[in-house]
Design a protein around this ligand. Structure first.
Ligand SMILES: [Mn+2]
Length: 338
C-alpha cells in the first residue's frame, strides 16, 4: 500500500489516544498495542476501548501486559491526537462516538474495513486499506516506513493480529506470510506459543448455541450457493462461522435481546472470490434502509446491530438481498430445502 500519512517520528511529544472499536478483537488490541509499544518512548500514549473487549483479546492483553482502559465515556481532553484503530465508522466507537466527533485535535485512521459513507478523517490522515488482511498489517507497514524498531512484544502482537484476522490464513496472501515470517522471528515465540495467547476454550454455552443454530437453520439454494439463516440466544458470530464450516456458503445468524437485534454474517472464500459476493456491500450496508440500526464489515464477515424484535424479518431481508445479487446471473435458481 502507498502510505500517505506522515511517519510516526513526527508525532514526537504528542499525547495520543489509541482507540479501538467497541467489542475490541485480537487484531484491534494488537494493532493498538504494537503502536503503543513503539510510541512509548517518545509519546504519551493510552489504549482506550469503548464498551467491551472480546475474551480472546482480553486473554492476550493480560498475558502480554498490554495496558488498556475499557471506557463508557472517557474524556479525551488529555490527548491532542487520536488514532482510531481497526475501524473507520464512528458507529463502531459506540459510547465514545460523541467524544470523538467533538474532538478538536487531529484524528488518524488505521484500518482495513470498507470505508464508511461518512468519513471521519481526510486522505492524508487515513491509513485505510481494504485489501489488508489485518489492521496489524497496516501498522507493520507504517512502523517499517517510519524506520521504527519493532520489539519482541510488538512483533508478537502483529503476528497474533495477522493470524486471527486471516481466520488462520484462510484469507492470507504472500504478504501475510512474509510479514509473519519477519515478526515471528522477532517475537522469540513459536507459532503455537502465539496462538495460545488468545485461545479460549469453547464454553458449554457456545457449543449449545452452535448446535442450536444448526438445528434451527433454514436452508436456501440461491444460484449455486447454499445460504442459511438461523437464530440463537448468544454467540451469533461463532454460530455463523460454524455453519459455514459445516457446508453453508453464506450464513446469517441473528440474536435479539431487550429490543435489540444483532445479525452476524459469514461467507466462504469460495463465494467471495468466485462470485464476487461481498457481505458488507451487498447485504449489511443495505439493511439500515429498512431497519433502524447500523451494518458493515468485510466481504466474508459482517454484522448488523439495530432496534427491533422481529429477527425473522431482518434475516429474510438478508436472503432477499443475497438473492438480488445473484439474480444478475443467468438462470439463477432459488428454492428452500425443507
Ligand atoms: Mn481487523
Amino acid at each position: 500500500m502507498i502510505i500517505l500519512v506522515k511517519p510516526l517520528s513526527s508525532f514526537k511529544g504528542d499525547r495520543i489516544a489509541l482507540i479501538t472499536h467497541s467489542g475490541c478483537d485480537v487484531d484491534a488490541i494488537c494493532a493498538a498495542a504494537a503502536l503503543f509499544f513503539s510510541l512509548q518512548k517518545k509519546n504519551k500514549a493510552k489504549i482506550l476501548i469503548p464498551n467491551h473487549i472480546s475474551l480472546p483479546a482480553k486473554a492476550l492483553a493480560k498475558k502480554l501486559n498490554i495496558p488498556y482502559t475499557v471506557s463508557k465515556s472517557n474524556s479525551l481532553n488529555e490527548f491532542n491526537c487520536l488514532f482510531l484503530v481497526d475501524f473507520n465508522d464512528l458507529k463502531m466507537a459506540d459510547s465514545l462516538a460523541d467524544k470523538i466527533s467533538a474532538f478538536k485535535g487531529e484524528i488518524f485512521l488505521i484500518d482495513h474495513h470498507r470505508f464508511a459513507e461518512k468519513k471521519i478523517a481526510g486522505k492524508k490522515n487515513s491509513l485505510v486499506d481494504q485489501n489488508a488482511v489485518a489492521s496489524c498489517e497496516i501498522v507493520f507497514d507504517w512502523l517499517k516506513k517510519s524506520h521504527y524498531e519493532i520489539n519482541e512484544t510488538a512483533s508478537t502482537c502483529i503476528a497474533a493480529g495477522l493470524i486471527t484476522d486471516s481466520a488462520f490464513f484462510v484469507t492470507a496472501n504472500s504478504k501475510t506470510f512474509a510479514i509473519l515470517s519477519a515478526v515471528l522471528k522477532k517475537s522469540n515465540r513459536t507459532f503455537s506459543e502465539i496462538t495460545s495467547l488468545f485461545s479460549i476454550k469453547q464454553t458449554f454455552d457456545e457449543k449449545i448455541a452452535k448446535l442450536k443454530a444448526a438445528k434451527r437453520a433454514r436452508i436456501f439454494l440461491i444460484s449455486d450457493y447454499i445460504v442459511v439463516i438461523s437464530d440463537v440466544g448468544a454467540f451469533e458470530s461463532d454460530a455463523a462461522s460454524a455453519l459455514v464450516r459445516i457446508g453453508a456458503d453464506i450464513a446469517f445468524v441473528g440474536d435479539t435481546e431487550d429490543g435489540l437485534i444483532r445479525i452476524s454474517g459469514r461467507a466462504s472464500q469460495n463465494v467471495v472470490k468466485k462470485a464476487g459476493f461481498d457481505l458488507a456491500k451487498h447485504v449489511f450496508q443495505k439493511l439500515p434502509s429498512d431497519f433502524s440500526g447500523s451494518g458493515g464489515g468485510h466481504a466474508g464477515a459482517a454484522g448488523f446491530t439495530g432496534k427491533g424484535k422481529d429477527i425473522n424479518a431482518v434475516l429474510m431481508k438478508c436472503i432477499s438481498l443475497s438473492r438480488k445479487f445473484f439474480k444478475k446471473k443467468k438462470g439463477c435458481q432459488f428454492k428452500e430445502y425443507t
